[in-house]
Every structure is written in structure tokens, then in C-alpha cells.
Design a protein around this ligand. Sequence first.
Ligand SMILES: NC(=O)N[C@@H](CC(=O)O)C(=O)O
Ligand SMILES: [Zn+2]
Length: 447
Amino acid sequence: MSDSAVTGETVLIKNVLLYGEGEPTDVLLGDGVIAAIGADAGKDAAPDAEVIDAAGQILLPGFVDLHTHLREPGREDTETIDSGSAAAALGGYTAVFAMANTSPVADSVVVTDHVWRRGQEVGLVDVHPVGAVTVGLEGKQLAEMATMASGTGRVRMFSDDGHCVYDPLIMRRALEYSSSLGVLIAQHAEEPRLTVGAIAHEGPTAARLGLAGWPRAAEESIVARDALLARDAGARVHICHASTAGTVELMKWARGQGISITAEVTPHHLLLDDSRLETYDAVNKVNPPLREASDVAALRAGLAEGTIDCVATDHAPHAEQDKCCEFAAARPGMLGLETALSIVVQTMVRTGLLDWRGVARVMSERPAEIVGLDDQGRPLEVGEPANLVLIDPDAEWTVHGPDLASVAHNTPYESMTLPARVTTTILRGRITASDGQARVRVRNGRG
Ligand SMILES: NC(=O)N[C@@H](CC(=O)O)C(=O)O
Ligand SMILES: [Zn+2]
């Protein structure tokens, strides 16, 4: 064997378009990294290398989701780290951030380390635990952020998501503390005094349908407040699921002031608006609510120009009994991991707002940068970690909830035909999903 020969599990991807550009080429993966790129990349491939004919397919860095709800521990009847990892791998993700609103809440290192370890055992995607900002998500007392940040799970992001850290003094202290720890605070921006009883976007549709309204100002007032608190604390703040045109304007203003603020938008806020509520189907109930077409247009434009940094799924599985009930009683949230790429292609690529490099930016590179992951969202270059996704841009598929890997089936895209599909996902050189099947880890005999 020559010195340059690649050892361990090797994968040879043939005839693939890097970032959807240029001429098709070959990419060899070995030892968990990109070992070679080019027409002769296969010359060092081991005889037993897995060969993927990727003609017509696009290679991007694996996706990173800053906002996933995996429901373990506590609601394993709706999602587990196993099922959620499979959904993530099938959606093209190589890293996800599992939100802290589990039961028990991830406000201690016991829970955050469990989430990390369980994710590594499953081995389909890196499951990074998000720690709670406050004990029990109650907004009263800061959780032990330093302990969680230094645990095995190395918590990099803290959020009370599902709840807003509404007390400005607590938020200020959390931001001050976060900058000394080098971690990120992600805010579910919702002024709770403005959303008492609210279940839908406050506007003409909700008024006509008799649904109590969640005004845009409930989000925007917190975005503005937190921008100012981050400025004063010299800290960074990340805005979860931006949903209004006004939030895009506030982001522009804050950036112009030199404030360290980033924001994500969900696929559903890029595609759906409150006209979906006409049927009273609670599958469309989500926080923040689906807004108006003008907000959807502003969010798309904001993402295209970089004012909104990235796409995050807010994948929120719920049991059938919590979704197939009266709108007011239903829980908010919808599935997102397995449909995210298709929705981004439909809303951003097919509309000419983003090219495939732009998709890599908003789904891989920016989210990895925002949380400081140095092994994700990397350039497609020799020596870089082989965290990758292969996409068939011309595929079309019809969504059917029970076919998704999640335990729960609450997809708002049921029976919709969507463009583009993930064909293969690769984590550290190992195929984690291909042709619609997640691949659980096979021991390689060395370990
Ligand atoms: N988005 C939602 O409507 N629900 C999320 C919580 C959240 O992200 O706010 C959930 O945990 O179900
Ligand atoms: Zn939220």
C-alpha cells in the first residue's frame, strides 16, 4: 500500500457537481475527511470502497440545524434521539441543536450530557444539546450555564425556547454571562403580556376566523430590546424563528449599529402564510404564527441578502391527540427536518433568490459559524471533515407524514409535491442516510 493510500471506510463519489457549479468531478472520502478531489480521485480508493454514481447530483457541506426539538427525555411518544437523528440524516443534516424544553428540562449537565452521549451512540448526526437559560424555563433564575458548557456535551448554545426570557434583567445577566463563557444565547422573541391567549397571527384572517391574535409587536419589541441588551453587554444574541417584516428591519438597524445579532428563519415561515388557517386545521398552528404574505416576502428577501443569517427547522413533533383537536387546544409546532431542503429550494432557489452556494451558506456555513462548530459547514476541499450532503436537484416527491422517520406525523406539507431531495448524507466519512433509509452504525471490527 502506498503512503498516499486511503485507509478505513472509504467512499468514492463520482460525477458530482460541487456547489452545483462547474464540471462534474470525483470526490474520495477516507479517514473521515475529503481525501481527494478530481478526475483521478479514485486512484487511491481501497478495493472495497463504496462507490456512489452521483451524476446529476450536487454536493454541499452537511446541513446544521440550530433549532430542533427531539422530545427526549420525556415525550418519547412523539420523538426520540433515535428517530429524530434518522429524520435529521434523511434531511441532509450532520449536526442538530436539540432544544432544552424537554421533560426534565435540559437545565442541568445531567440532561445535556445525556443528550450528547445518546446522540453519539446513535451516530447518525451530532446532537448538540442546548442548555436552558433559566431553571425550569421559568425565567426566574439563571441555570448553571458554566457547568453545562464544560460538560461532556459542551453546551455552546442556551435557550429557553418555547418560552421567552422575558425579564430584561435576567436576559441582561444571561448575555453578560454568555460572553464570558463564549456561548450563545438564542431568544424565542415573544413578549408574553402581548400574547395571552393568542393562537394565530393578529390580522384580518384571525379576526374573521375568530382566533385570538399574536401581534407582530410581541416579537419585534423583544428583538429590539435584546439588540440593545446585547450591545450593552458586549455579547452576541441569536433570534430564533424570525417571522415578521419588522424583525428583518430591526436586524438591519441593529447590524448597522455594529450590534452582534444573528437570526434564523424557518422553512414554514418562508413558504406558508395565515391563509392556511381557513380550514382551522391545527397542523398549521405554530409559534410564532404563520404571518401574512408580505412578511413571507420580507423574510425571503432578508435571507437572500444575509440580514437573516440562516434557516433553522424548529422541528417540533407533537402527538396526534395534541394536533387533531380544536385549534385553540392544539399544541403549536410542526415537523421540519426531512422537508427543509425542499422548502428552501421551492422558496429560494426556484425563485432565483439563492443559488446552491447560497443554500450552503444558509443551511451549513452560517449556522456552523454562529455556534462556533469548526468541523461543520466547511469548504469542499481536500483535508476538510467529510460532513456532506448529496442532493438530486431534479427529484420531485410527495410528502406523506407516516413515511417520515419521525415518530409524530404533524407535517403541514401532507400530500404536497416538493422539489429536490437529499440522496445521501455523510458524517465523518460514513454514510448515515441513502436512498431514503437511515443507516445505523455498523461496528467496523476495530472498535
Ligand atoms: N415552535 C413551536 O410552535 N413549538 C415549539 C417551541 C418553540 O420553538 O417555540 C415546541 O417545542 O413545540
Ligand atoms: Zn420558539
